[in-house]
Design a binder for this molecule. Structure first.
Ligand SMILES: [Ca+2]
Ligand SMILES: [Ca+2]
Ligand SMILES: [Ca+2]
Length: 1006
């Protein structure tokens, strides 16, 4: 069991009601020698409930109904009182709940308390079953067998504030009119087997509620749900109604295919926790059948383009498939209609038990269709037909991107008729080129025999073809079009090689959208420059101007491309595998990588020669790396094709623990409680006074308010009265703390003013190092705490520890001295972001401002003297003024602050207090960018910092966030990019009742 879930079981004192024997509330006492429902001594008054009595069970363990029992009640109320816990177990026998009609009678698997019902056999008849019946009940039913039949309903989560959960792996539930999951509360149905039949409607959220907490989820992993109708978010109010399917079947009476497809399109029904593509929906006879289990997740993706001709086909296997029939071809109809035994087009590629298929090479520029049918287990070998997927392979040659071409010319007729008009796509559409003169290049006059236009690429390309749209001025103006040309190529714009002899370009028609162009084939090595020189035009010597409409260059991708990580990527884990899309027919790849760009440019950085288009280099933290891949292709001249230089930056640190992964989900449900990773003094309370994580029942164990980064930190409670306090994390397998240049271990910690001073220490593989900073750093004074008592960092050089840093097996954090126990004190220190750095990180930049020390302050701000304020003063107003509109704030409410930074990304924290309903406008007009904008004041820089996250009437720090961004409420921390030097912050009061004491601006935004 989970040690931290110390649930206080409050057994309510239930007043025994001595009443009418024909209609009493009879409570379970459990006083009998067994736990059977039929044992009189187990009930108050030693009376087994009869058909007219309400049976109340507020004990766990509670009552059991087995084969020997025939149980009756008017209603059954498990966990009737708020705070109570009750359990009913049924392994056989019968339970008849007699009351029918209105008012919600029936079997209540929890009323206001926490109720459990475990059913493995037997038969229940009831008008209604509620999980639970009333707020704030929580109900849990586990069903592995037996039958439940309701005259009307079964409901999980009836009201806002209730939670119902049904886990069914066997047995049968028959529902008379409606199955609600939930009605207005929260509900989860997990189904791995068994049967649910609903004569009526199965709702995943029937009503929703004004509180906005309604949610419903059905996880269908097995079994069969058969219903008359099926509704999600029935009132369409946007509450999260979801269903995920990995197995099992939902059968709906009639043709509801379009309705289900609509739910899938909205993302409400998914398969395999991914998306709707794995959901199978179709008609089977007169029923709609919804299931998952078909093969899905194709690679190449459905509709993909530019797919490598070397691609293999891969997919995620359907859950029931033991083999797959694969169909693959170039015709949709052939692939869609073929079967294993009727395959006129020869697209059937056999039956196989793996989820991959080697195509053996594909044609270029070809659209392929494929289909995977799932074959179930023998003996049935049922065939489930898959849908047809498609993709298109790469073209033989690609156009050189417009932005990578610079055009120059001998002259231009006017600035609007420059050479750039031949490579910028101007005037060119699918239909052809326009006749607009400013969509074309035209030379100045007087250049017979010498007009030229030249193109420079960003790097050498192996040009396959040049496509030329000639000058298309209307009518007679086509005479300006080039006729005979020479084409020259160069890699350096100094040595030129003429391409063939003289080429002739077709004359344009002068008609709008002239589609004709001339194709000129290239050969030879990659080139960086192409120059076209006009020998003549179509004017026959009458016109002395020369022009073109558009030029396209198509190249063969011999070079490496599509680097991973992408060029410019930051925060790349140094354990990264570099990969790229290989140059066409490259046999080998020479990889250069260095943190010295010039060495990579000059081909003198370390080189590794690989045959696969991937490599795992040895990298350090906190470095910018430059790399390139020179492709080796012996069929080409030259045989080595120089790649582009790409770059990426590795992350500054590796994370040992950021405390983001812990939760309070039970371990058996896949949870990750912090105390299993960080072992505290729970097992040795006499000597080890540490407690990791809060231990309040029903409360989170992790700290979510005081955090250094992310959303969580861990509270470390120490109690050193004749004890020490230590928490230990072990690493199995061991960690190598020498990799990637690691030299320093860093911990971020945050103390509290009421802490007792105790020596903080860390042990690495048992080697102890004590905190060498100010001991009072774990006990900030109140004034420090309010002003600067934020997170502190402790950097520990690893080398002096004298341990085998390549085999780190244990990290401990502690307070006190285990070798000298004294009557020490107690306290709490929060920890976050335990990291490994190559060198001690620079302390973050912090600019502290007193709110009352504004550079300028509008007349409406009030000034307060207050000993609880930093500096003894704050600004704001209690109530009755301010302006809660959506307009920019008036100058009377603007306070401005001048400050200086080194530049970069910054966030802000305010020390503030809600005096009443609070809200501030915030902006930094000098920021060059900010991550969010307010939907009401876009482009102004102002954002709404609303609902300051500090209990009303108390001071606290809160990060400045934007409440209204992108048209919806988000609470995301504002990040500003600030230039180095002077900046200005503006704060304006928007709404009544807010105090502002102090401001922190910091680049500690991790
Ligand atoms: Ca053009
Ligand atoms: Ca964290
Ligand atoms: Ca102040």
């Amino acid at each position: 069991m989970c040690k931290k879930l110390m649930l206080s079981v409050l057994v309510g004192l239930v007043a025994g009601v001595i009443g009418n024997a024909s209609a009493a509330d009879i409570s379970w006492s459990g006083a009998g020698t067994d736990k059977l429902w039929s044992t009189a001594e187990n009930w108050d008054g030693d009376t087994v409930p009869g058909a007219g009595d309400d049976a109340i069970i507020e004990m766990d363990p509670g009552a059991t109904i087995d084969d020997s029992v025939t149980a009756d009640a008017d209603n059954v109320r498990i966990a009737d009182a708020a705070g109570s816990t009750g359990r009913l177990v049924m392994t056989g026998g019968t339970l008849t709940v007699h009351q029918t009609g209105g008012g919600g009678p029936g079997l209540w698997i929890a009323n206001r308390g926490t109720g459990h019902f475990d059913m493995s056999g037997g038969t229940i008849t009831a008008e209604h079953v509620y999980l639970p019946r009333n707020v704030p009940g929580q109900a849990y039913m586990t069903m592995t067998g037996g039958t439940v039949t309701t005259g009307q309903s079964l409901t999980l989560g009836l009201h806002h504030g209730e939670y119902g959960e049904l886990n069914i792996s066997g047995g049968t539930i028959n529902v008379g009119s409606m199955f609600r999951c939930p009605d207005g509360g929260q509900a989860v149905l997990n189904m791995t087997g068994g049967t649910i039949n609903v004569s009526g409607t199965f709702f995943i959220i029937r009503r929703g509620n004004s509180g906005g907490t309604t949610s419903g989820h059905v996880q269908l992993d097995g079994g069969t749900i058969t219903v008359d109708d099926f509704e999600m978010d029935a009132q369409n109010i946007g509450r999260p109604a979801t269903m995920d399917i990995t197995g099992g079947t939902l059968i709906i009476n009639g043709d509801k295919v379009d309705k289900i497809k609509n739910y899938i399109a909205r993302g409400w029904i998914t398969a395999f926790g991914s998306d709707g593509t794995g959901v199978n929906v179709g008609l089977a006879g007169s029923n709609t059948v919804v299931s998952a289990g078909l093969s899905w997740n194709p690679t190449p993706g459905d509709g993909a383009t530019d797919v490598s001709v070397d691609a293999s086909l891969n997919w995620s296997s359907g859950i029931h498939a033991v083999r797959h029939d694969l169909y693959f071809g170039t015709s949709f109809d052939d692939v869609n209609s073929a079967t294993a035994t009727n395959d006129p087009a020869g697209v059937y590629r056999g039956s196989q038990d793996v989820s991959t298929y080697e195509t053996g090479g594909l044609e270029m520029n070809q659209t392929y269709y494929w289909r995977v049918d799932d074959i179930g287990a023998p003996p049935a070998d049922a065939v489930s037909k898959g849908s047809v997927w498609q993709f298109t392979t790469e073209p033989f040659a690609y156009p050189v991107a417009r932005e990578n071409i610079i055009a120059t010319a001998s002259t231009s007729n006017s600035p609007d008729e420059g050479p750039e008009n031949t490579v910028n796509g101007s005037g060119l559409s699918e239909e052809g080129h326009s006749t607009t003169l400013t969509d074309m290049w035209l030379s100045d006059s007087g250049e017979p025999g010498s007009a030229w236009i030249q193109y420079e690429f960003d790097r050498p390309y192996k040009i396959h073809q040049m496509l030329v749209w000639n000058y298309n001025g209307s009518m007679i103006l086509t005479s300006y079009g080039l006729k005979e040309i020479t084409v020259e190529c160069s890699s350096d714009a100094a040595d030129w090689t003429q391409l063939g002899n003289v080429h002739e370009l077709a004359q344009a028609s002068g008609a709008k959208d002239d589609a004709q162009y001339t194709t000129i084939a290239f050969d030879g090595p990659p080139v960086k420059y192409v120059k076209i020189t006009a020998n003549s035009n179509w004017g026959g010597g009458v016109f002395d101007r020369y022009g073109l409409s558009e030029v396209r260059f198509l190249y063969i991708p011999l070079h490496a491309r599509e680097p991973q990580p992408s060029s410019g990527a930051e925060n790349v884990n140094p354990e990264v595998t570099l990969s790229w899309r290989a140059g066409r027919q490259a046999a080998e790849h020479n990889l250069y990588i260095s943190n010295d760009e010039q060495k990579v440019v000059d081909d003198i950085a370390p080189v590794s020669v690989v045959t696969e288009a991937r490599d795992i280099p040895s990298l350090d933290l906190g470095q910018t790396y430059y790399w390139k891949v020179n492709e080796v292709n012996m069929a080409e001249t030259p045989s080595v094709l120089e790649g582009q230089v790409w770059k990426f930056a590795t992350s500054d640190f590796l994370v040992v623990d950021d405390f983001e992964s812990y939760n309070d989900i039970p371990v058996e449900e896949g949870g990750n409680p912090v105390y299993l990773t960080w072992v505290d003094g729970f097992d040795n309370p006499a000597t080890n006074g540490s407690t990791i994580g809060y231990v309040e029942a029903f409360e989170p164990s992790m700290e979510s308010g005081i955090i250094h980064s992310g959303g969580l930190s861990v509270p470390f409670m120490y109690d050193n009265n004749m004890k020490f306090s230590e928490a230990v994390r072990t690493f199995n397998p061991s960690q190598d703390w020498t990799r990637h240049g690691i030299k320093v271990l860093s911990l971020y910690f945050h103390g509290e003013p009421q802490n007792s001073l105790e020596q903080m220490y860390v042990k690495v593989n048992g080697s102890k190092v004590v905190y060498d900073g100010d001991p009072a750093d774990i006990k900030p004074t109140d004034i420090e705490y309010m002003e600067r008592g934020m997170w502190k960092v402790w950097n520990i050089d690893l080398a002096p520890l004298g341990v085998d840093l390549q085999k780190i097996t244990e990290l401990a954090i502690g307070f006190g001295n285990e070798n000298n126990l004294t009557a020490g004190g107690s306290g709490v220190v929060y920890f976050d972001d335990i990291r490994l750095y190559p060198s001690a990180p620079e302390p973050p930049e912090e600019i502290w401002l007193e709110a009352e020390a504004a550079t300028t302050m509008g007349a409406s701000w009030k000034l307060y003297d207050d000993p609880t304020s930093s500096g003894g003063r704050h600004i704001g107003s209690e109530d009755g003024d301010g302006d809660d509109n959506t307009e920019p704030p008036g100058v009377e409410w603007v306070a401005s602050y001048d400050f200086t930074v080194t530049g970069g990304t910054y966030k802000m924290l305010f020390r503030a207090q809600q005096a009443n309903s609070d809200s501030l406008w915030v902006r930094i007009p000098t920021a060059t960018s900010q991550n969010l904008e307010d939907q009401d004041l876009p482009g102004t820089g102002w954002v709404r910092f609303d609902a300051i996250d500090v209990p009303r009437g108390e001071w606290g720090w809160d990060e400045v966030y934007s409440e209204l961004s992108h048209g919806m409420q988000v609470f995301e921390t504002m990040n500003y990019t600030l230039p180095a030097g002077a900046n200005t912050l503006e704060i304006a009061k928007r709404e009544d009742g807010v105090f502002l004491d102090a401001i922190l601006i910091t680049n500690d935004v991790d």
